[in-house]
Design a protein around this ligand. Structure first.
Ligand code: C5P
Length: 220
């Protein structure tokens, strides 16, 4: 358990200054900011430093999938940059997951079970989640519809981080398997990842505040 706000903002913007103003504006409601390949390729270490300098945490979502030794060194580099959490692909296999998890003082490792753009079954997702847990990962990224099954099979302390979150008043965009912030947190999500429902809202601060208020009293 931690005391961080459960909403992670997906900083899906191209521009470092835009990212900085979002972080400052949303700071009462968001503690962890997700940096993906687009912003990372634009601003690299600078964006990570800027988020840390704002007193916030970085979720580096680069979904590592390579030979074990390369992923191990990538995890060390992320640690040295001051990242809070990062993603690896569970399909990288047991040796890769074990070596990544063995890095000292490493960021949290959240394994992608199966990409939501790919067809799968709940059994496959649970199999990947169990593998990630056995290899020492801290949790998984999964669709909100699989939170309860993963928690039932891997234990409540194994973290589940879920994108595909849509408040009732938002459109679904290209997300297919969606849930509201409340239902995801009630199902046991440790963190929800939200992008467009906040960033593309007419008033991003109000959108983030509404999500914050809708989940703040749900205990799990
Ligand atoms: O804008 P939206 O709320 O859909 O953003 C969700 C974020 O989570 C995006 O950065 C997207 O790349 C990421 N993500 C996802 N589905 C996954 C893994 C990551 O939507 N399976």
């Amino acid at each position: 358990m931690n005391n961080l706000n459960k909403t992670i903002l997906a900083l899906d913007v191209f521009d470092l200054r835009k990212a900085e103003s979002l972080i400052k504006d949303l700071s009462p409601y968001i503690d962890v900011f997700k940096v993906g390949p687009i912003l990372f390729l634009q601003s690299g270490k600078e964006v990570i430093k800027m988020i840390n300098d704002c007193g916030k945490k970085v979720f580096l979502d680069l979904k590592f999938h390579d030979i074990p030794a390369t992923v191990e060194r990538a995890v060390k580099s992320a640690r040295d940059l001051g990242v809070y959490s990062l993603t690896v692909h569970s399909c990288g296999g047991e040796e890769m997951l074990r070596l990544a998890s063995s890095v000292e003082n490493r960021p949290k490792i959240w394994a992608v079970t199966v990409l939501t753009s790919q067809k799968t079954t709940p059994e496959e997702v649970v199999k990947r989640a169990k593998l990630a847990k056995d290899c020492g990962a801290d949790g998984v990224i999964s669709s909100p519809l699989e939170i309860e099954t993963i928690k039932a099979n891997c234990g409540v302390d194994f973290e589940v981080v879920t994108p595909g979150i849509r408040p009732l008043q938002s459109g679904v965009n290209d997300q297919k398997r969606v849930a509201t912030p409340e239902s995801a947190v009630k199902a046991g999500a440790d963190f929800i990842v939200v992008g467009r429902p906040i960033i593309a809202a007419e008033n991003p601060v109000a959108a983030a505040r509404d999500i914050y208020n809708s989940i703040k009293n749900i205990s799990k």
